[in-house]
Every structure is written in structure tokens, then in C-alpha cells.
Design a protein around this ligand. Sequence first.
Ligand code: FAD
Ligand code: EPU
Length: 338
Amino acid sequence: MIYENISLKKFNTFGLNVRADRMVTFKIEENAIYFFRQHKSSGQRCLILGQGSNLLFTSDFHGIIIHPEMGGITLEGKKGDEVIVSAGAGEVWDKLVESTVNNGMGGLENLSLIPGLVGASPVQNIGAYGAEVRNTIEKVRAISIEDGSIREFTNQECNFGYRDSIFRGELKGKYLITRVYFKLSTKPKLCLEYGSLKEEISKLGSTSLGNVRKTVIRTRQSKLPDPVQIGNAGSFFKNPVVTDSVVNKLKEEFPKIPVFKDAAGGMKLAAGWLIEQCGWKGKRVGDAGVHERQALVLVNHGNATGQELFELSEQIRNSVLEKFGINLEREVEVVSAT
Ligand code: FAD
Ligand code: EPU
């Protein structure tokens, strides 16, 4: 389907009322391949958009929005305890998690209730509660926007990192992901080390897959604002990964600073804590604000513009830099006029 001059209000979780010149949706790969081959010489700007839960539009978008609607959750194969499940890029992420958990397949349960579509999950290697999607991805199928060719990326070729992958790096905007293949297990090793997850699950009686999902959902609902109630895009910044010497220096001046080990063995600071210490938690500038329970989440109280939210984020970044000497890196992608 092709839509002209379309409102993106329902396609971004900040609820910003911006417009795009054009949106093209694809239910099957063949149509996308045909479109990209035709589109090759037009030179128009393209943006792939899922549910817009990790994007901030600072103006209307002049170009073509590509919105994947490829569906289907398929059991591809089974070998012993191992199962391969694939899902179309247009499936809602949490529907996939729910379906795998209900069918006794483990691997995605800690990633319950993360907003967005399956196609975006490898892009920033979504993660929560001690798990990252890279731990389960077998391969990613994608179409080149430049020439319509199909390429399958192995897990290694995706270059996954903390909130990072090749699709955010050197191949940013160059491939439309159409299907993701996950390696799951019918006898999963549960990952319960994050915060008080283990303790909370034990209150439910057993550490079943269903109870992990239930606990993660409850914890998320108690901490993170629901975009249906108040516009937001989850964590606005990444947690800074720093060296031991930076940690030691900061600890001298700020003995209470929380420090965590990251998956690669490095040290991570809690950006939410840094922002809270700068006095931003619960603050608002017009309708752009900082969430009252989670300082890492910027919120739209109603009629904030993307530019106002962006300006607030820059003020926050500057004050964290000034107080702690730490340069916060955005997790949310800013989409500007050019
Ligand atoms: P979009 O925001 O539409 O797009 C994100 C990026 O991926 C863009 O660069 C886009 O161009 C690209 N993209 C999207 N689809 C495709 C595709 N098919 N092919 C190629 N590129 C594509 N994230 C976490 O990691 N952990 C969390 O715990 C978490 N919690 C959140 C909580 C809330 C309340 C919210 C609002 C967001 C949260 N997020 C979290 C961020 C967000 O949910 C994820 O980044 C999600 O994967 C984005 O999915 P989307 O479909 O909305 O992608
Ligand atoms: N903290 C504060 N003040 C705050 C917020 C947090 O001091 O206002 C401190 C907490 O006390 C805690 C630490 O920061 O010691 C970590 O907080 P939390 O467990 O809430 O997680 P987070 O680091 O803020 C990260 C991810 C989330 C993910 C959760 C759970 C990033 C950038 N964010 O948040 O992902 O859901 O952990 O695993 O890594 C997202 O990416 O959009 C997202 C929501």
C-alpha cells in the first residue's frame, strides 16, 4: 500500500503529530524487492519505521517511510532441546515472546513487553533484565534498499554490541529486515541474576518460563511509563560503558555512584542515576519532561514538539557532562528534517 502525506502520530510512541510525504507498506518480500529496484534511481530519502518506539521526529519527514508488515511466526525445525523459530518483521515483538513462552520455548522471556516490531529487534540488539536478543538470534534475513537483493546475516555478521549492531552502524538504513530466526530451547537455562528478579519470581512459587515472563511484565509496568498513557521512547540515553580508571575517579568524588558489570566484562554506569543527581527527575519544560519514576525516560506530557524534547535532552546531556565529565550517548534515534 502507498499512502501520501500521512500523519505519523500513531507511528511514534512519543505521540508526535508529524507528517511524512509518503509511506509504503509491504506484506510480502517480493513487493519490497520490486519497489526497491524501481526506486533505485529516485534518490529520495527513505526511513524504515516499525512502531517508532525508539525514534524522535524533530520535524515532518520529507521522503518515503518504509513500514514492514511481513507476518507469521513459524517453527522452522527442532533438534533435541533446540528449536528454531522465525518471525516476520511486521509481527509485534511481545506477541512473539508470548507465543514462544506459551509453547514452552525459552530464550526470549526476559525480553517480555518491550515495545516494537520483530524487525527492529536486531537493530539495537534489544535487551532487558540481563538478556539481549543477540543471545538467541540465529540469522537475520534482509533486503538491500539500494538494489533489492536478499542477504542473510549470521549472528556473527550482525556485529552485536550493547544497544548496537551492524544495522545501526555501517549498514544503517541500507537493509530492510524482513524475517528474524531465533534459536530457542525447550530446556532453557533461565537468566535470573538482574536486580531482584530471582526474589520476585520465587514469590510466585516456581521459576517457570511463564513466571519469569509474569515477573518481568510486572516489574516493567511498575517502573516504565506506558506510551499509551504518556508519550515516551523508553531509555533516551544508553548507560555509559567506562573504564576502571574512570570508575575509580568518580568514586572518589561520588562514593554512592552505582556501577554494574556489563556483558562484555566492562563497567557500566547508570545513566538514570547520573540524570537524577543533576536534579532532572520529574522536571518539565513546557510539555517536555523527565519521568518522575525513571530519570532515563523523557516524556511528552501532551503537546511537546520533537524539537522541544530534543532540546531538553541536550540540556540534560550538558549538565551530566558538566557534573560527572560523562558524555551521554543517545539510544533514541533523532530523525530530523534533513
Ligand atoms: P522503530 O523505533 O520504528 O525503529 C528503530 C530503528 O530500527 C530505526 O533505526 C529503524 O529505521 C530501524 N528499523 C525498524 N524496523 C526495521 C526493519 N524491519 N529493518 C531494518 N531496520 C529497521 N529497548 C530495549 O532494548 N530494551 C527495553 O527494555 C526497552 N524498553 C522500552 C520501553 C518503552 C516504554 C519504550 C517506548 C521503548 C523501549 N525500548 C526498549 C526501545 C524500543 O522498544 C526498541 O528499540 C524496539 O526494538 C523498537 O522497535 P520499533 O518497531 O518501534 O522500531
Ligand atoms: N536509577 C536511578 N534513578 C533513576 C533511574 C534509575 O538512580 O531515575 C538507578 C537505579 O536505582 C538502578 C540503576 O539506575 O540502580 C538501573 O536502573 P534500572 O534497573 O531501572 O535500569 P536502567 O539501567 O535505567 C536499563 C535499560 C532498559 C531496561 C532496564 C532493565 C538501558 C539504556 N536501559 O535501564 O531498557 O528495560 O535496564 O533491564 O540500557 C530501553 O532500552 O529503552 C530500556 C527501557
